[in-house]
Design a protein around this ligand. Structure first.
Ligand SMILES: *[C@@H]1O[C@H](CO)[C@@H](O)[C@H](O)[C@H]1NC(C)=O
Ligand SMILES: *[C@@H]1O[C@H](CO)[C@@H](O)[C@H](O)[C@H]1NC(C)=O
Ligand SMILES: *[C@@H]1O[C@H](CO)[C@@H](O)[C@H](O)[C@H]1NC(C)=O
Ligand SMILES: *[C@@H]1O[C@H](CO)[C@@H](O)[C@H](O)[C@H]1NC(C)=O
Ligand SMILES: *[C@@H]1O[C@H](CO)[C@@H](O)[C@H](O)[C@H]1NC(C)=O
Ligand SMILES: *[C@@H]1O[C@H](CO)[C@@H](O)[C@H](O)[C@H]1NC(C)=O
Ligand SMILES: [Cu+2]
Length: 179
């Protein structure tokens, strides 16, 4: 890792030097070369590591849709990602009442059981009431695929209801944006 980052820095330094050199009409004298000005390229905009962007985020599953039957969560995950290590997924769903169905959060251990919505092989992470209020928070702290789904009606919410998705949290890049 350290080698790669050092190399990246080396490439930036070299290419920036080249740009400055070519832009400098007085080359090769370097008479009016301003190091402060040159160095400020790194202090500015895209080159700097933005600490706010590096911090782990809380992501509400489904966004404003929350966690409900019939929304395409695989599609949501693809469009919302990438997710990063130490990000937190927040599942929000109301407690069941006379007119609404309950939801829950389950995790499969394998792609196969995820694909088949085999709830019997899944582990319950959150029950019917844990999605209320602030929601159920789930920390993505391992570098592995997380196979998540709603566990209701023996896989019906997972299957027909599309309440299933996969995330593989990534390591945050050291240089988040490239000019
Ligand atoms: C070098 O550039 C900096 C930033 O643009 C400026 O503040 C400074 O006055 C310049 N120095 C010289 C010697 O031109
Ligand atoms: C860092 O990124 C965040 C979110 O994109 C932005 O709101 C903030 O202004 C940035 N800060 C700096 C110092 O660029
Ligand atoms: C849900 O979204 C995924 C990914 O975009 C897509 O492959 C799939 O066909 C969608 N499912 C339905 C039922 O529309
Ligand atoms: C995630 O958080 C743990 C505990 O705070 C920390 O030890 C670890 O370095 C973090 N990992 C990343 C990739 O930020
Ligand atoms: C039942 O829950 C649904 C969905 O959360 C809500 O829209 C509805 O108002 C609730 N009904 C009653 C009678 O509380
Ligand atoms: C759901 O889990 C919470 C927290 O573990 C617990 O307090 C609550 O009694 C459980 N509710 C049901 C319906 O099992
Ligand atoms: Cu459900």
């Amino acid at each position: 890792m350290a080698t790669i980052h050092f190399l990246t820095l080396f490439v930036i330094v070299t290419s920036s030097m080249l740009t400055v050199t070519m832009a400098n009409k007085d080359w090769p004298s370097f008479g009016n070369f301003n190091y402060t000005d040159w160095w400020s390229r790194f202090g500015n905009h895209n080159h700097q590591i933005n600490k706010t962007e590096q911090e782990p985020k809380k992501i509400i599953v489904g966004g404003s849709q929350n966690w409900h039957f019939g929304y395409n969560y695989s599609d949501w995950a693809i469009k919302t990602g990438p997710f990063y290590l130490n990000d937190t997924l927040v599942f929000k769903y109301d407690a069941p009442n006379a007119t609404s169905f309950p939801h829950s959060v389950y995790m499969f251990q394998t792609w196969r059981s995820f694909k088949n919505c085999d709830i019997k092989r899944a582990k319950k992470l959150a029950n019917h009431t844990q999605g209320v209020g602030e929601g159920f928070k789930f920390l993505l702290n391992k570098w592995k695929p997380y196979y998540l789904a709603c566990g209701e009606k023996n896989g019906l919410h997972c299957n027909i209801g599309q309440m299933k998705f996969t995330v593989i949290p990534m390591l945050r890049p050291l240089w988040p944006s490239w000019p």
